[in-house]
Design a protein around this ligand. Structure first.
Ligand code: CA
Length: 240
């Protein structure tokens, strides 16, 4: 089933990165290495790791700025991040955690400590990975492979529509307000207007097509819901 857990090491010092990579490989992980923010972003666009080990002091964009950005992005927001840094005082630790890091290790650290912390953050994130495949009616979504199908026919979705559908399917038959969807799907993006939700729901319905599209229902005055039994529009409105 699942392969060895993938670990993205973002570290500009080759000697340190190599040492971590050797130790991780030795302990059953599959490390990849990025030496700056641009190559780290490319790695993430390519495949999501199970954990990111992120150096604070990087050339160009800092580890702190990267952590903030990845936390704010729907695709990367759930990937555990452990900050690695020579800076160990409390103010830095707090800044790292505020930026969205799940944990923080001051250099130098032992492999044993690193592995213990990695296992801890992966454990905390595990429930979401377990529930990665969801089915509602003939609609199937696989969160691990980013695939969606309806009655066996593959459906192509953009990243936001995917995330939106994943949330609606995980909480099917329940009505979600636009504000709730913004919170859950987009995160703490207070500057995004609620109309943005309508735009993405429209795109989602179009992508799902004439059969699966109507499963995403508008509940007037309340929001949206995904349902296995799509009712005629009139019934939906009368029911609320
Ligand atoms: Ca560094």
């Amino acid at each position: 089933m699942r392969q060895q857990p993938g670990v993205l090491i973002v570290e500009d010092e080759p000697a340190i990165a190599e040492l971590i990579a050797v130790n991780l490989r030795h302990n059953g992980f599959r490390p990849t290495w990025a030496m700056d923010s641009a190559s780290a972003q490319r790695e993430l666009d390519d495949a999501l790791p199970d954990v990111i080990l992120l150096d604070w002091m990087l050339p160009g964009e800092s580890g702190l700025a990267l952590a903030k950005r990845w936390r704010a992005h729907p695709r990367t927001k759930a990937v555990p991040i452990i900050m690695l840094t020579a800076r160990g005082d409390e103010a830095d630790r707090v800044a790292g955690l505020d930026a969205g890091a799940d944990d923080y290790i001051a250099k130098p650290f032992s492999t044993k400590e690193l592995l213990a912390r990695m296992r801890a953050v992966m454990r905390r994130h595990a429930p979401e990975q377990v529930a990665s495949t969801v089915t509602v009616g003939a609609l199937l979504l696989d969160g691990a492979t980013y695939r969606v199908s309806f009655a066996g026919q593959p459906i192509k979705l953009g990243p936001t529509e995917f995330k939106l559908l994943q949330y609606l399917m995980s909480h099917a038959e329940r009505v979600h307000s636009r504000g709730q969807l913004l919170d859950k799907v987009w995160g703490d993006h207070v500057f995004i207007e609620e109309r943005t939700v309508d735009v993405h729901v429209k795109r989602l319905r179009e992508a799902l097509g004439s059969q699966a599209g109507p499963m995403v229902e508008t509940v007037r005055g309340a929001g949206y819901r995904l349902t296995a039994q799509s009712a005629p529009a009139a019934l939906v409105l009368a029911g609320t």
